[in-house]
Design a protein around this ligand. Structure first.
Ligand SMILES: Nc1ncnc2c1ncn2[C@@H]1O[C@H](COP(=O)(O)OP(=O)(O)OP(=O)(O)O)[C@@H](O)[C@H]1O
Ligand SMILES: [Mg+2]
Length: 247
């Protein structure tokens, strides 16, 4: 490999569920300071790739390297203690805990002793969470829960933020707001983001680069603008996005 080394890369990753192959030799790279998106249809393997990066399930073959270290066979808790934070699909917050308690859980993995500072930072990004800090997570609206899931991930001060479908089930206005925050974090702090999305239109507009996954394989890659312009991408992934953008 020539040029700079990616913060995260995968080489030939294959992941199975039992005997069924879900990832068929995936190569992706995410450089420091980039927003990279992975788009693809339902069941393509997007969440599987994100979960494989986090070590659950583990890749059966291939290699995953973060910050120069092979993390392919590390247990999940070791991976998450290496400055990777994940907001999983379906925003798995703790429903019975309050907003504040959820954020405290996110901070536990960080060793910085900067809780107050980090809390103020996520409250600045999501003022709604500050207003609702004593409310139980499970009673928040869908959009608020998504904000909480991202805020909780940010509490550990990650170098790499993994986001799985943050726009799922949210109204266009809320999606815009959440993508704006991701853009802002990347612009002002240089946060590196790997974003899995079905909302290809917004994701490709936000991202520096993107990958398209079909049936467990990467079939296309390019800058966000390049992929947005490709007729195959438009035909397969952009119909909903265009309608939404027109609203
Ligand atoms: N725990 C599991 N056990 C068995 N098969 C699974 C499991 N999780 C996912 N799969 C299968 O692996 C394939 C990839 O699923 P995955 O969730 O990664 O897709 P995805 O691209 O994230 O889809 P979506 O956009 O619907 O979230 C699918 O065929 C799915 O049924
Ligand atoms: Mg998924």
């Amino acid at each position: 490999m020539s040029g700079p080394v990616p913060l995260l890369y995968t080489r030939g990753v294959e992941t199975y569920y039992g005997n069924i192959i879900a990832l068929r030799g995936v190569d992706i790279a995410v450089f420091e300071g980039e927003i990279v998106t992975l788009i693809g249809a339902n069941g393509a393997g997007k969440s599987t790739l994100m979960m494989t990066i986090c070590g659950n399930p583990q890749a059966r073959t291939g290699q995953i390297v973060f910050d120069g270290e092979d993390i392919t066979h590390l247990p999940t808790h070791d991976i998450m203690s290496r400055s990777i934070a994940q907001s999983p699909e379906g925003r798995r917050i703790f429903p019975r805990m309050t907003v504040m308690e959820n954020l405290q859980m996110g901070a536990m993995i960080s060793k910085n002793g900067t809780f107050e500072e980090d809390l103020n930072r996520v409250f600045d990004l999501f003022p709604r969470l500050k207003e609702r800090q004593h409310q139980r997570g499970g009673t928040l609206s869908g959009g608020e829960q998504q904000m909480l899931a991202i805020a909780r991930a940010l509490m550990s001060r990650p170098r790499l933020l993994l986001l799985d479908e943050p726009s799922l089930g949210l109204a266009p206005m809320v999606v815009k707001q959440i993508f704006q925050v991701i853009h802002e974090l990347n612009r002002s702090e240089g946060l590196t983001v790997f974003l899995v999305e079905q909302n290809a239109f917004h994701a490709l507009r936000l991202a520096h680069r993107g990958y398209v996954m079909v049936n467990g394989k990467i079939t296309m890659t390019g800058t966000g603008a390049e992929l947005l312009a490709r007729p195959e991408v438009r035909a397969a992934y952009l119909e909903g996005g265009r309608q939404e953008a027109a609203q």
